[in-house]
Design a protein around this ligand. Sequence first.
Ligand SMILES: Cc1cc2nc3c(=O)[nH]c(=O)nc-3n(C[C@H](O)[C@H](O)[C@H](O)COP(=O)(O)O)c2cc1C
Length: 484
Amino acid sequence: MAFKDLREYIHFLRQKGKIIEIDDEISPDLEIAYISRQATYRRLPTLLFKRVKGYPDWKVITNMFYSINSFYDIFGTDKLEEISKNFIENFMGNMPITLIEKIKSLAEFSKFGKILPKSKKPVFEEESRANLLSFPALKTWPKDGGKYFTFSIVITKDPESEVTNLSVYRVQIVNEKEAIVHWQVLKRGNIAAQKYKRLGIRKVPIAIVNGVDPAIAFIASSPVPPGLDKYLFAGIVRGEGVEVHELDNGILVPSNAESVIEGYVDLDDMRLEGPFGDHLGYYTPPDYFPTFKLEKVYLRENPIFHATSVGKPPLEDAWIGKAVERLFLPFLRLIVPELVDMNLPEYGLYTGIGIFSIKKMYPGQGKRAMMALWGTGQLSLLKMIIIVDEDVNVHDINQVMYAIASTVDPKRDVLLIDNVITDSLDHTVPNPPLGSKIGIDATRKFKEEVGRGWPEEVKDDEEVVKRMSTLLSKIVKAHDLLSK
Ligand SMILES: Cc1cc2nc3c(=O)[nH]c(=O)nc-3n(C[C@H](O)[C@H](O)[C@H](O)COP(=O)(O)O)c2cc1C
């Protein structure tokens, strides 16, 4: 199931009664962000603002990822894991090569024809009068350093592999022709920029795209395994290749986007970005990031602008994190085969706390899994990893608490590591992007780990369970009657 573009998705939401269309005039200066956050907290569906103060030609859409249910609609299934499982089973087989090599080799198979990006004439046209100030960029919190694109997609091309990357990075508008791109050090945008720098190229061609099919917007904000083209990955999850158009600067953009800004990032022009009210619920202080210089703007007729606001959880980024958790679990199992399940809790800030269950088969496996996870993609940002046994439901925080309380000796089972890469938005970090991490091995211990045998867990006598079942049901029924 694939939506052709944002408009087709809006049409779908209208039919399902899952979009609230707002005719009252509302300002992009704090008002849209406030209403949107309140809507997400209240689990209201997507919002379409039809009268945006100061921007009569635009509509603004927010709250597109208002809960995990929005992803069930977008992907046409509530079993997000199955999408990647099927893909792995059907296309990746059991070839004895590494994940990344496997993924790179995928495009060579003819059966991939349907999911490969396809060239298509764009629906947008160049608009010479438009500039960065003509977009309804949001100010999201009172002390934000300016107006921001909060759900625009920054598209870069790796100069070595030519792999295209789409990523959601916030962009702070400076003036008609300049903006600041907030890509963090380990993100693919910055990695590509560093490669251009090594090649002696200081002006990195990019496109800033807004208003696309929600599956593409989601994939842009997801930690797709490095080396894998995000257009190809979007094709995998949509079941249909993305239609693309090549700009004059060589960047491929979705042909059905609402708006496209073509230009380059000037690596010699670093400016102070921020402060910005961020996903931890605090303002991140200003820091230096490179400047984007606009060359051309392309717009669709009556364009729609996609935006969001982050803040204290759970907002849209928390639900994106949940979908990432489900969709990427099967891929993660290729790297950490003992992994059974994972939970990035909504209130754990996505990069704050991760809980993982494993099939433990040998001593030391809990810490081994922890280190493998910290070494995998954006999981390297996780501040706290908790490892539990496979019989613990990672989504039930009480079960996790019990596992920690009943299996952990802090000196033996807690791992603290210092001066490692962390989420640079985390204000608690002493020297961003470097900080410390904590791992808790809350698995039952082997003899080698504890120095003696692990005690036997209490278990009821099966005969007594059978004998008492009728009496127990009677007591439960009596209680139900009393409480009615
Ligand atoms: C609403 C929203 C805003 C985001 N803003 C930023 C940002 O400003 N900088 C950043 O590095 N990542 C940001 N992210 C996270 C990236 O989109 C995410 O890490 C994604 O996987 C891109 O990583 P990649 O470029 O390595 O593929 C944001 C995500 C969301 C959902």
